[in-house]
Write a protein that binds this ligand. Structure first.
Ligand code: ADP
Length: 460
């Protein structure tokens, strides 16, 4: 009962039946109306004095012979030959019939019933012509016992009733069939979506709904598939992350373990230089753990942000100044174009961290003699954001790597990045921090020519 196809089929059936019933009721009502009109005419006939005239006629003659002339003269019926019968319909009433005291028809406006005897019901419903306290005749309209209608009309009405029953049956059958077809076409694609959802819940990550059926249902299927794609991507990321974390932790731990064991076995001397190497490894581990914590907090939206009005230009200049010494050592020129006072709504510490990540990357990838340029501006077409870019003349990023540089643990050149202390999390952290502050981050780069990392933060 609660199934869609049952409901739709029932709805179709009910609508069809109600439709047929309403038409049948209207037909019945109009038949009743005819009957009421008949009664009204009977009243009119009584009041017109026709009964008295007929009684007087009978009293005078003692017979009904010649009554037709009297009825024509009294203007109660039209003369024969002037379309009588149809004419009576033209007057808006069924034909007039007069029977004698025994019920034998002595006058019939249509001329078809003369000589026949009217039925007891007709007699019971007829107007009585009374003369000297005796009923001498019966005046009635058409075939009175069967209501106000002439036999043709009655037959037509009967046919109509049968027609309604047959039409009702055909329409109900069609209604049910149509309801079944339509509800199946609606329900089947929905059932398919449900099946895909069940499959997905049972961890079949490839379960997808086929997009078909009515536009609304196709849209549900499409949206389900989009959601499934996203969930599948998240699941893949989660799995990769676990594998990546395990992998990243294993390398410094293996180094630590190996060196410590070598020291214990007195293979390596227990001197300051060796201990310093081990200490460096613990720092890599600590940074990795910190980065991971930061990233997971930022991605889950739990990183506490101290958002305030920040002078982006001043912040950029400070960040550049902090890198000056390292850049000089590498013979790389670092400049900052940010003279305007640019106020943004951001967390200054997090913003400084983004600058640090981008600048350290730029420095790491720019060879001696190169240049790094930081620019802060508000573009005319985008007045609601401060745009910052960090451009270098370094080795650039291969086009196939570009979409992945913001992924966690992604390193362009694995061995070199690890050797230089990169965790592969710097850009992922920068991205989640910028997004947490309501901005966007991106990169344009060309192999051999350098890279331009940019980000936006909302203006105040
Ligand atoms: P890490 O620097 O610790 O490896 P990041 O997330 O900061 O991790 O960077 C990811 C990768 O993006 C780097 O390994 C490098 O291949 C590439 N990359 C980042 N910045 C630059 C840059 N300025 N020039 C060239 N490649 C870059």
């Amino acid at each position: 009962m609660n199934r869609l196809w049952v409901r739709l089929t029932l709805a179709f059936l009910i609508v069809t039946l109600v439709g047929v019933a309403v038409v049948a009721l209207i037909a019945d009502w109009s038949a009743n109306n005819t009957f009421r009109q008949y009664l009204a005419r009977q009243d009119a006939l009584t009041q017109s004095g026709a009964l008295d005239a007929l009684a007087a006629f009978y009293q005078q003659r003692g017979t009904w012979d010649g009554v037709e002339t009297m009825l024509v003269n009294a203007n109660l019926v039209l003369p024969a030959g002037r379309g009588r019968g149809q004419a009576s319909q033209g007057r808006g009433r069924p034909p007039l019939v007069l029977a004698d005291a025994s019920g034998r028809v002595v006058f019939d406006e249509r001329g078809t019933m003369v000589g026949t005897t009217i039925s007891p019901e007709d007699r019971a419903g007829a107007l009585q012509v009374v003369s000297d306290g005796k009923t001498v005749g019966y005046l009635l309209f058409g075939s009175q016992g069967r209501g106000a209608l002439a036999p043709g009309e009655q037959a037509f009405l009967d046919q109509l009733r049968v027609g309604f029953i047959v039409a009702g049956l055909i329409a109900s059958t069609l209604g049910v069939l149509l309801g079944l077809v339509i509800s199946r076409t609606v329900a089947a694609p929905l059932a398919q979506v449900a099946q895909a959802a069940r499959g997905f819940a049972a961890r079949d990550w490839h379960a997808r709904a086929s997009v078909r059926g009515a536009e609304e249902i196709a849209e549900v299927a499409r949206e389900f598939n989009t959601m499934a794609d996203e969930l599948q991507r998240a699941e893949t990321l989660r799995r990769n992350l676990m594998a990546d974390i395990a992998h990243e932790l294993r390398t410094p731990l293996t180094v630590l373990q190996g060196n410590l064991s070598a020291m214990l076995d007195e293979v390596y001397p227990l001197d300051r230089a060796e201990i310093a190497t081990l200490y460096d490894e613990t720092r890599v581990l600590a940074r990795l753990v910190n980065d991971l914590r930061e990233l997971s907090l930022a991605e889950s939206g739990q990183l506490p942000l101290n958002v305030q009005a920040v002078e982006v230009a001043a912040l950029a200049q400070t960040a550049v100044a902090n890198f000056q010494a390292a850049a000089d050592l590498q013979n790389v020129r670092v400049t900052c174009d940010a003279s305007d006072a640019l106020l943004a709504r951001a967390d200054p510490d997090r913003l400084a961290q983004v600058f640090r990540n981008l600048l350290s990357n730029a420095l790491r990838h720019t060879p001696s003699g190169g240049a790094i340029r930081v620019r802060c501006s508000v573009f005319d077409g985008q007045p609601e954001f401060v745009t910052v870019s960090v451009q270098d003349t370094g080795d650039g990023i291969a086009p196939e790597d570009l979409p992945r540089v913001f992924d966690r643990f992604y390193r362009g050149d694995k061995s070199r990045a690890r050797a230089s202390g990169g965790t592969g999390l710097g850009l992922a952290i920068a991205k989640s921090l910028i997004e947490a502050m309501g901005g966007k981050i991106g990169v344009e780069s060309e192999r051999g020519k350098g890279s331009r990392f940019w980000f936006t933060v909302p203006t105040t």
